[in-house]
Design a protein around this ligand. Structure first.
Ligand SMILES: Cc1cc2nc3c(=O)[nH]c(=O)nc-3n(C[C@H](O)[C@H](O)[C@H](O)COP(=O)(O)OP(=O)(O)OC[C@H]3O[C@@H](n4cnc5c(N)ncnc54)[C@H](O)[C@@H]3O)c2cc1C
Length: 396
């Protein structure tokens, strides 16, 4: 039995990485400081709100996906790049890659969600989700091949008119220019149903300006290698496409699915206001895997903003539990929403501020710069943004 208590965090995204970093900074007395272990299947953290910028090459992968080794240097956090394949919550052991085992005293579950692409026939084989760095690389490669083939038009169907679908469609319109024939498909009566009126109206203007069609009240029935079947008011249309992107849905992984813990009907973990899983004071859950509510009992969306705010509480409560202090109840502070609407365009509505166009584009960039993990990474990226235009000018 180790002398130090052991905190194991599974998933190094907005919930897990920021919990680990905050936990490491808290004022531990040296004999109390636990061993903090962070496990992620990837070698990099992904700042997903900036993933779209890879499509237009406005940003590079090192900026939005820094390696954990870099982010955790100079901290006491132990990092394992492994996939957690099993958790024995009674024996308090996690299994890595089906083999190595790690013991813990406290566990943090922050494995995020996945995009379900198997709801419609053919989608799994032919549609590309847009959630991870490898999805972005897969899309870039497909675009490269299409651009190389140089057809008259490149026809793209983006399934889902939520934030991801709209943001992605705008960036694709920038990249493909005149060649692009882009449509957004959504079963609802309008796009961005959870968005503020200001952001929705600004987004609709951006879609119109970029000639992006909206197929509303439309269901996808099937995807093939070169077509998509759409059902509108009972009538099916088969439309030829070169590329289908799938942005709808959020599902927990099989790892969470099989855990004998309290869950809601979407398999999200039920948590107390302290972020402890119901019935388990040794297990915390946050971010997209957790069933979260605001103080008025309204469900919270699966966003980085929620996971990021929870990470502060999660770290604090782990520290409070270890140092015999009272635990805090999570209180969500809605800070508004931002969306990219293409190169040099964005929309922001929050904290009494409504901005669109290039000003919103710059403000969004600066807010995200401030949110990047670690001061060192913020400075490196910020410096690159300042120097890059000068380097480009000099190389002309
Ligand atoms: C393209 C895109 C744009 C977005 N834009 C915004 C935005 O503008 N604003 C906003 O608030 N939210 C946005 N979101 C949502 C936001 O990214 C998520 O809500 C947020 O990342 C959730 O944080 P998390 O910690 O729960 O999960 P994640 O950040 O997804 O992290 C989960 C981590 O767990 C790891 N993992 C999973 N399973 C295992 C396993 N078995 N073993 C080891 N590691 C594992 C993964 O590799 C990943 O690193 C966006 C999402 C996407 C995909």
């Amino acid at each position: 039995m180790s002398e130090k208590s052991r905190i194991c965090i599974i998933g190094g995204g907005f919930g897990g990485l920021y919990t680990a970093l905050r936990l490491d900074e808290l004022p531990w007395e040296s004999r109390q400081k636990p061993e903090i272990t962070l496990i992620d299947k990837s070698d990099r953290f992904l700042f997903s709100p900036l993933l779209y910028e890879l499509i237009t090459e406005e940003m590079q992968s090192w900026e939005i996906a820094p390696p954990f080794a870099e982010l955790l240097a100079n901290t006491g956090i132990i990092f394992h790049q492994s996939s957690v394949t099993d958790i024995d919550i009674e024996a308090k052991k996690v299994t890595l890659d089906g083999d190595k085992k790690i013991d813990y005293d406290k566990l943090v579950l922050s494995t995020g969600g996945k995009t379900p692409v198997d709801i419609v026939p053919g989608a799994k084989e032919h549609a590309i989700p847009f959630r991870s760095l490898s999805d972005a690389y897969r899309l870039q490669e497909k675009l490269r091949l299409l651009e190389e083939a140089n057809p008259d038009k490149i026809r793209v169907a983006v399934v889902g008119g939520g934030y991801s679908g709209v943001e992605l469609a705008c960036k694709l319109a920038n990249r493909l220019g005149e060649k692009g024939r882009i449509r957004i498909i959504d079963r609802g009566e309008q796009i961005l149903k959870d968005s503020s009126d200001f952001n929705r109206e600004t987004a609709i203007k951006a879609l119109e300006k970029n000639h992006i069609w909206q197929d509303l009240e439309t269901e996808v029935a099937q995807v093939t290698a070169d077509s998509i079947s759409l059902v509108y008011k009972g009538q099916t249309d088969i439309i030829p496409v070169d590329l289908v992107l799938w942005t709808v849905g959020n599902q927990v992984s099989q790892l969470i699915d099989k855990l004998p813990l309290a869950k809601n009907d979407q398999q999200l973990l039920k948590i107390e206001s302290t972020l402890q899983v119901q019935g388990r004071d040794d297990i915390y859950a946050l971010g997209d895997v957790a069933d979260c509510y605001d103080t008025e009992g309204k469900p919270l969306p699966a966003t980085a903003q929620v996971a990021f705010q929870q990470s502060d509480y999660c770290a604090w409560n782990l520290w409070a539990a270890a140092t015999n202090r009272p635990l805090l109840s999570f209180r969500y502070q809605p800070l508004g929403e931002m969306m990219t609407l293409g190169i040099d365009n964005a929309t922001i509505n929050g904290l009494g501020l409504k901005l669109d166009g290039p000003m919103a584009y710059v403000a969004r960039r600066l807010i995200y710069l401030y949110r990047l993990p670690t001061l060192k990474h913020q400075l490196t990226v910020g410096l690159n943004w300042i120097t890059q235009p000068i380097v480009e000018l000099l190389s002309l």
